[in-house]
Ligand binder design. Sequence first.
Ligand SMILES: Nc1ncnc2c1ncn2[C@@H]1O[C@H](COP(=O)(O)OP(=O)(O)OP(=O)(O)O)[C@@H](O)[C@H]1O
Ligand SMILES: [Mg+2]
Length: 490
Amino acid sequence: MTTFNSLGISNPILKSLEKMGFEEATPIQEQTIPLGLQGKDVIGQAQTGTGKTAAFGIPMIEKIDKDLKKIQGLVVAPTRELAIQVSEELHRLGQFKGVRTLPVYGGQHMDRQIRALKDGPHIVVATPGRLLDHIRRRTIQIGNVHTAVLDEADEMLNMGFIDDIRDILKAIPQQRQTLLFSATMPKEIREIGTKLMKDPEEVKVKTKEMTVSNIDQYFVEVHEKQKFDTLTNLLDIHGPELAIIFGRTKKRVDEISEGLQARGFSAEGIHGDLTQGKRMSVLNKFKGGRIEILVATDVAARGLDISGVTHVYNFDVPQDPESYVHRIGRTGRAGKGGEAVSFITPREIPHLHLIEKVTKGKVKRLPVPSTDEALRGQQEVTVEKLVETIEKNDLKSYRETANELLSKYDSVTIVSAALKMMTKERQNTPVRLTSIAPVSVKQAYKEKGKKKPYRGNDKRNFSRNNNKPSRNRKFQNKRGSFNKNRGNQS
Ligand SMILES: Nc1ncnc2c1ncn2[C@@H]1O[C@H](COP(=O)(O)OP(=O)(O)OP(=O)(O)O)[C@@H](O)[C@H]1O
Ligand SMILES: [Mg+2]
């Protein structure tokens, strides 16, 4: 066990870590924080949910001169929601040092952003497009930046972002420290990265599989047309606390979330065509448990850390193995358990094998669930509620009526009727989605310009004195019922 104390971290930050409930460093933190503190350039690779944010955040915050009201640390992240989240985590880490952080992203009012930038934040966490806008308009001063981080580095160095990143790094002083972090780092991309760095140390937390072992991975083989009914059946069987469903396109996300709503699920979609206000409100509702299902494109695949996500469904198989790793990594974070189910059409089976090969993991077959199983799943949720009510034991005022009923009907009939009333039976509203073509192995690799699969990373142990009780307990119940229903999977 490595304590943060032994890593040479200063008191104000130790105090923040204590308040955040971090008791010991994760392997990536243990291995990269000392290098970061020495001022070295670092490429850090470790599985999803293993604390990479603090791994780059702590050394960055240590080097901030609080009295200098200039931007000294710059983090670039691929999505707006991630920029906000990272900025918040850095804020928490730096709270007792008085470090000020600011997220800067597209879709926000330029004027307000410019005012906030003038206010002298020490750290800015930005999406590349908006950051470049500010650099070109000279509305951001980054001449004092000594630490630059590319979070989700492989994504940031991918075709879509690479030119922006080069332009951003050119605007930062040469003598900077550069840190690259991600759960995945294909070799070709790592090579591009090292060209932007000075003699970087490469830290890869090694494990057998690229995905964390606490995520149970499954697939169901379904035809395109069966996918939606299979999804709603699975949701009823699993009864997730919070679930994320990934669809391939924006249109697909809209169709799935509308279909789920039509069948009485509490679901909303998130994708890049929505206004920033809508994106934020959907995500906040999901985080607060006011909606249980988030339907998303890959905009939500990377970095998002939402506690209580017990299930991830790949309604459409991801185009490449990296995307698979990040998507399913939205569950099973910080040592918690999680389940991931991918929908695979018969023609996509070779693609699934490729994912297994690259991630070095085993994705187990789940039988296609039946409507009967779904109904049983719904009933289990009802039974849980009933048992909770029994345990609360405030039934006195109902006893007389209960006894009267019992004199007329037998107890099983009465309980069955109560269960039926309480069970939210699904409307069988027919839902038709626009069909999409299956993914082929060739297509996936052609699109990404990749040659060979590569190796991946870590295992870690976590402990956190996190006193959020309810979600975990409920999750364990659900896991129990899931296992029971899993039956004859191969
Ligand atoms: N040492 C620690 N002890 C306990 N919890 C931690 C520790 N470090 C980080 N965490 C928590 O673990 C969760 C995951 O951390 P983080 O988001 O940094 O993971 P990540 O490695 O960046 O994942 P991803 O690859 O998905 O971006 C967060 O809720 C974070 O606050
Ligand atoms: Mg991260």
